[in-house]
Design a protein around this ligand. Structure first.
Ligand code: AMP
Length: 209
């Protein structure tokens, strides 16, 4: 790994649109030691009038990915700002990455920056997810999710570009959870995996119910 790049200990939440990466990431980031970083939120929080904001809208309204070089540069700045402002401590905290890396190429570009402790694969069928996305689009006014053609495109993009991220990381770092289950059950599965993979010493305190 290169000496110049900060190295972030990370857990990647990987799954199709609507699989609950954001929901689970937000809940888990309430726990000390975990910080949720969503690249989608990072883009949505850009000033829509800025060059980058306009570029994001151009791609996202088509259901396409923003080009890799722009995305990775913006993400690195975002992380530096978060570290500087004390929103996370590189030595203490684990990043819960949501939406990035989103292709094998991005994973390669981030290899010097990211120590991937675990990849949580949130597996779910497209049909179940489409319904969730539709509800979310109306509730959160997410322009990219309102148009069914764009949603379809986002799934195609996931299959073509993002699913191959699973092949980039060693299989012993990958665990699959059933993201079609109720959110609380998905959370339970994730906590179990995090405990086994990251904090095995805490398992002895489990209480049988
Ligand atoms: P999300 O909220 O993760 O579904 O992301 C919404 C949109 O942001 C995507 O459809 C892309 O246009 C863009 N986006 C988010 N993350 C990335 C990424 N890692 N690479 C390229 N584009 C991204």
């Amino acid at each position: 790994m290169s000496a110049e790049q900060p190295v972030y200990r990370s857990v990647l939440l990987l799954g199709p649109p609507g699989s609950g990466k954001g929901t689970q990431g937000k809940v888990l980031s309430q726990m000390p030691g975990f910080v949720h970083v969503s690249s989608g939120d990072m883009f949505r929080n850009l000033d829509h009038q800025s060059d980058l904001g306009r570029l994001f809208l151009e791609y996202s309204t088509r259901g396409e990915l923003v080009p890799d070089d722009v995305t990775i540069r913006l993400w690195r700045h975002h992380m530096e700002r978060m570290a500087k402002s004390g929103q996370f401590d590189i030595k203490r905290d684990v990043l819960l990455l949501d939406g990035i890396p989103r292709s094998a190429h991005q994973a390669e570009m981030l290899a010097d920056n990211v120590d991937m402790l675990l990849l949580l694969h949130l597996q779910a069928s497209q049909e179940a997810m489409v319904e969730r996305i539709h509800k979310r689009a109306l509730q959160e006014n997410r322009l990219d999710d309102i148009n069914p053609d764009v949603v379809r495109r986002r799934f195609q993009e996931y299959e073509a570009a993002t699913a191959p991220v699973l092949e980039f990381y060693p299989t012993d770092k990958i665990r699959t959870v059933d993201a079609g289950a109720a959110p609380l059950e998905v959370l339970r599965q994730i906590i179990e995996v995090l405990q086994v993979m990251l904090f095995p010493e805490t398992l002895q305190h489990s209480i049988a119910v």
